[in-house]
Design a protein around this ligand. Structure first.
Ligand code: C2O
Ligand code: CU
Ligand code: CU
Length: 572
């Protein structure tokens, strides 16, 4: 069985090389996406076409262009406004991957942008300097839309990073690398499948980058549908990894391989000062990848796993090293950022376990899921209390490695099967690759944003898995719901805890003196209990005890004079 597959693979490789040589011989200058700076960003999702293969117009999607999207430059702490216009003939969304933003602005599947509509959001940039990205997230259509070209990079800058002696001239010594594998069908159309057979960086096939002989910073983003890469430089030029998903590492680390799975970002430096005139290759060493990783020799139990690139070592980018530029960086800082303060496990409020299940029948049987439960737009899988520190324990019971991604907050990996992560992962992350038979624990703090209605997502970042239901939702709820009754009078009501077990207290300040009415109701509006406080004035509390109610959402209507307002109560 194994031998047959190896032969088959060799055969495919030969045919495939035959097909590619005509394209492969011509190297193309690496396209650098244009920069957009805020505070207002206008993005339009358009359908278009691009000539990847000579003489063939491939249908594509792009933002403000025919493929991919501009690189957005954000400054930490600034407010940005993003106006996303959907000019496609299908529903879309726009998600700011890695950005810590309120749920309603996060752009998950619950906030669609209909064709012809413009979605306008504004948020404050709270993330540290790092490499983030944006892409659509419509449930069931993410693979198709990202595959067609909707993905762009976000670079966050901050004071700490700006004070470091690091390369940061975009496109010159600070190079974005949006790494994707694609499959073209016989008509040149892009197939929305998990593995491609053709590599591209920034939409450029067989790319070559002219770089000066000095320190060069690369920001690699794996925006592939499903493939992971094992980055390295041919002839073992030293790579210094300086960053992970959501920020810089505490210090540069000398590495010769960087494994990057879908959704992840890494920043690394190459010291090219001694390489003027050389040609180097940024490679992916698939032959050295752990089994079960998408891109290794054995994927989901299948040798050669569905693509000639699997298990292979292949170039991602050619580097042609020219003379150094004027003001070049020639050294590497010893330290980058102050040590991260990782919450102590004794401060943890909740431990959740999420198990990756399904797919045991191999790739022909889809259905990788979390906890055997497919994603449902109408079901909230987890409820988190604002302010809590949690441990998420991700157990992989499948034979495939899955990149687990969570929206809203970054996390720190505590351990993999009980062993602390390597230095390469000791930084803020939002995607973690969980190997077969592995349990990864990470610690995460839910701060700043609560929303009783719009949840955040967690999902596998292998896009076909996400589309097929390997995704869940979590709500972040404020344990105290506070509402102004009459703003000008400073009258207020707070309900806590919320969510609750059916016991909760309403604390009121009423400087109005009119009758105050509390009505606890089913979501349908039918009354459960009513309390009337005639002519109440001052501060007072009242408690409810309704443990008999089924778990779910209830409404507490507050009436003061002619005003009517409602607070959602979540019974657990
Ligand atoms: Cu990159 Cu839920 O997304
Ligand atoms: Cu995301
Ligand atoms: Cu998966």
């Amino acid at each position: 069985m194994r031998n047959v597959s190896v032969f088959f693979k060799a055969f495919v490789l030969i045919v495939f090389h035959g097909l590619l040589t005509s394209q492969a011989l011509c190297q193309n200058p690496l396209w650098i996406p244009p920069i957009e700076e805020g505070p207002i960003f206008y993005l339009s999702e358009d359908s278009s076409s691009k000539e990847f293969l000579s003489g063939i117009q491939t249908p594509t999607y792009g933002m403000n262009g025919n493929f991919l999207a501009p690189t957005l430059i954000f400054q930490k702490d600034e407010w940005v406004q993003l106006q996303v216009t959907n000019n496609l003939s299908e529903l879309s969304t726009m998600h700011w991957h890695g950005m810590h933003v309120p749920a309603e602005t996060d752009g998950g599947p619950l906030t669609p942008i209909l064709p012809g509509e413009t979605w306008i959001v504004a948020y404050q940039v709270l993330n540290d300097a790092g490499t983030y990205w944006y892409h659509p997230h419509p449930h069931g259509q993410t693979t198709a839309q990202v595959n067609m070209g909707l993905a762009g990079m976000i670079i966050v800058r901050d004071e700490v990073e700006s004070n470091l002696n690091l390369p940061r001239t975009y496109g010159l010594d600070d190079i974005p690398l949006i790494i994707q594998d694609k499959t073209f069908d016989e008509n040149g159309a892009l197939l929305p499948i998990g593995f491609g057979d053709t590599m591209m960086v920034n939409g450029t096939l067989n790319p070559v980058s002219d770089v000066p002989a000095q320190m060069i910073r690369f920001r690699a983003l794996n925006a592939s549908n499903g493939r992971a890469y094992n980055l390295g430089i041919e002839d073992s030029v030293n790579m210094y990894q300086i960053g992970v998903d959501d920020g810089l590492l505490e210090q540069p680390i000398l590495v010769d391989r960087i494994l990057i799975s879908p959704g992840e970002r890494v920043e690394f430096l190459l010291d090219l000062s001694q390489h003027e005139g050389d040609t180097l290759q940024l490679m992916s060493y698939g032959s050295e990848m752990p089994m079960g990783v998408t891109g290794s020799d054995v994927v989901a139990g299948v040798p050669g796993g569905m693509s000639p690139l699997n298990g292979a070592d292949f170039p991602i980018l050619h580097l042609q090293v020219g003379p150094p530029s004027g003001d070049s960086i020639m050294s590497i800082p010893d330290t980058l950022v102050a040590p991260y303060i990782i919450p102590d496990t004794s401060e943890v409020d909740v431990v959740r376990t999420i198990t990756m299940t399904g797919g045991v029948g191999g790739p022909a049987v889809p259905g990788f899921l979390f906890d055997n439960t497919p994603f449902d737009m109408a079901v909230v899988n987890h409820t988190v209390t604002l302010g809590d520190t949690e441990i998420w324990e991700i157990v992989n019971e499948t034979i495939l490695a899955h990149p687990f991604h969570i929206h809203d907050e970054e996390f720190f990996i505590l351990d993999r099967n009980g062993i602390p992560p390597s230095e390469q992962e000791q930084g803020p992350k939002d995607v973690v690759l969980v190997l077969p038979d592995e349990t990864v624990r990470f610690i995460i703090q839910f701060e700043d944003f609560a929303d009783p209605e719009i949840s955040y997502m967690y999902h596998c970042h292998i896009l076909p898995h996400e589309d097929e239901g390997m995704m869940g939702q979590f709500l972040v709820l404020d344990s105290t719901a506070t509402m102004d009754l009459m703003d000008e009078k400073n009258s207020q009501i707070s309900v806590f805890p919320n969510p609750n077990e059916g016991f909760f207290t309403a604390s009121m300040k009423n400087w109005n003196g009119e009758q105050l009415t509390l009505r606890l109701m089913h979501i349908t509006g039918s009354l459960i209990e009513e309390r009337i406080f005639p002519g109440s004035y001052g501060e007072f509390v009242t408690s409810f005890a309704v443990p008999e109610l089924a778990a779910g959402v209830y409404l507490l209507e507050i009436g003061l004079g002619k005003e009517r307002k409602t607070i959602k109560i979540l019974k657990q």
